[in-house]
Write a protein that binds this ligand. Structure first.
Ligand code: B4P
Length: 181
């Protein structure tokens, strides 16, 4: 079973992914974590990605799809995709990669949180790309490039929308119901 967790920046995708993998046998694949690991390691990819991420923009589809393809091919487990796909091109690329393996996405969990709460959370998180100007740009990028994925996956009848505010445990219980159904 492959699952996508989708939501605005700061909606808690990483936080809920950590809960999901405690209870379901899935491999956690976070493109944000992978990019931050490249930055920490000081690779060429990391240096290029940092400039883009600091502005709140998206790293190119080719780079992301290359990184993800490598991971998908190296595991037999179901995958929890966190922060990926973020564009229609990435979603189409993912569908293609999975269909080559006779597989497909089973569930898309959409985490719904209002923008005021998101801004408050990210300012409190204080990661390097969490300043107010970058956050506003990331929210705009989300609306323009990532939100259309909800329609893309709704057309495949795969989307379950989950309220992403409240306690981490309460939100996880809502997700657990969807994944156990
Ligand atoms: P990501 O690493 O995906 O991070 P995010 O969207 O900012 O955060 P997430 O939703 O995981 O929130 P979190 O759990 O941390 O992306 C970072 C950047 O990488 C992107 O802007 C982009 O440049 C690049 N990138 C990544 N993937 C890409 C792709 N596929 N294509 C192109 N570029 C890509 O939660 C946020 C905060 O809220 C935390 O402090 C947390 O503790 C708090 N929180 C969580 N749940 C809470 C709750 N229930 N109540 C209160 N606070 C809560």
């Amino acid at each position: 079973m492959h699952v996508i967790i989708l939501g605005a920046p700061g909606s808690g995708k990483g936080t809920q992914s950590a809960e999901i993998i405690k209870h379901f046998s899935l491999k956690h694949l976070s493109t944000g974590d992978m990019l931050r690991a490249e930055i920490t390691a000081g690779t060429e990819l990391g240096i290029a990605a940092k400039t883009v991420m600091d502005k709140g923009e998206l790293v190119s589809d080719d780079i992301i799809l290359g990184m993800v393809a490598e991971q998908i091919k190296s595991t037999d487990k179901g995958i929890l995709f966190d922060g990926f796909p973020r564009t229609i091109a990435q979603a189409e690329g993912l569908d293609e990669l999975l269909s080559e393996m006779d597989s497909e996405i089973a569930h898309v969990i959409e985490l719904e949180v209002n923008n005021d709460e998101i801004i408050e959370r990210m300012l409190a998180r204080g990661r390097e790309d969490d300043n107010e100007e970058t956050i506003r740009n990331r929210l705009e990028v989300f609306e323009n490039q990532t939100a259309p994925l909800i329609e893309y996956y709704s057309n495949q009848s795969k989307v379950s929308t989950v309220l992403g505010s409240g306690s981490v445990d309460d939100i996880f219980s809502r997700i657990e119901k969807v994944l156990s159904a």
